[in-house]
Ligand binder design. Sequence first.
Ligand SMILES: CC(C)(COP(=O)(O)OP(=O)(O)OC[C@H]1O[C@@H](n2cnc3c(N)ncnc32)[C@H](O)[C@@H]1OP(=O)(O)O)[C@@H](O)C(=O)NCCC(=O)NCCS
Length: 156
Amino acid sequence: MTQREPNPDRARAGGGNDAAAPGHSQERIAVRPAKAGELPAIRRLIGLYPDELVQDELPRISSFFVAESEGSIIGCCALQVYSRRLAEVRSLAIHPDFRGKGLAAQLVDACRRRGMERRVRQLFAVTSEPGFFEGCGFTVHTGWKTAVFANLDGDP
Ligand SMILES: CC(C)(COP(=O)(O)OP(=O)(O)OC[C@H]1O[C@@H](n2cnc3c(N)ncnc32)[C@H](O)[C@@H]1OP(=O)(O)O)[C@@H](O)C(=O)NCCC(=O)NCCS
């Protein structure tokens, strides 16, 4: 999937913002760049979704944004920049207790802003949740370039 302009209603905030969590009226959730030492917590979060996310080689910590609630990492997403032309949004996970609050959309928007700051021309994601990414401004790409895959593990 590659990205066009996002739906502003979904991409409500960028890196470093606080957001009140609906349903947790007193709770403040910060979406911000990850800090050194937070990779184990990120790895634990991603480990909740072994079917959706592969965690063998995570992006470096400086590539990550996180959502934090009361000192716990409850969301993460990384922007892996390959070149001025292309960057990948990956390792997106929200703790089950915090889904449906717009946090994933905020994390993807933080990645989008970082990509724009670095003058990257295009974002993509390889995902089992294309509907979510379409809401964030990505389109399933059927244009002049198509992603192609080759399985190396014998699976069809
Ligand atoms: C997919 C996932 C990241 C969504 O996180 P979330 O914080 O619940 O998503 P948000 O609340 O930010 O959703 C933003 C919008 O996307 C929609 N949305 C969320 N998940 C969706 C899905 N699977 N398909 C279509 N739309 C979806 C929401 O309804 C919301 O729409 P709205 O703005 O119109 O209300 C989360 O469910 C998750 O961690 N899943 C397991 C890991 C995974 O699949 N990661 C992605 C693979 S790359």
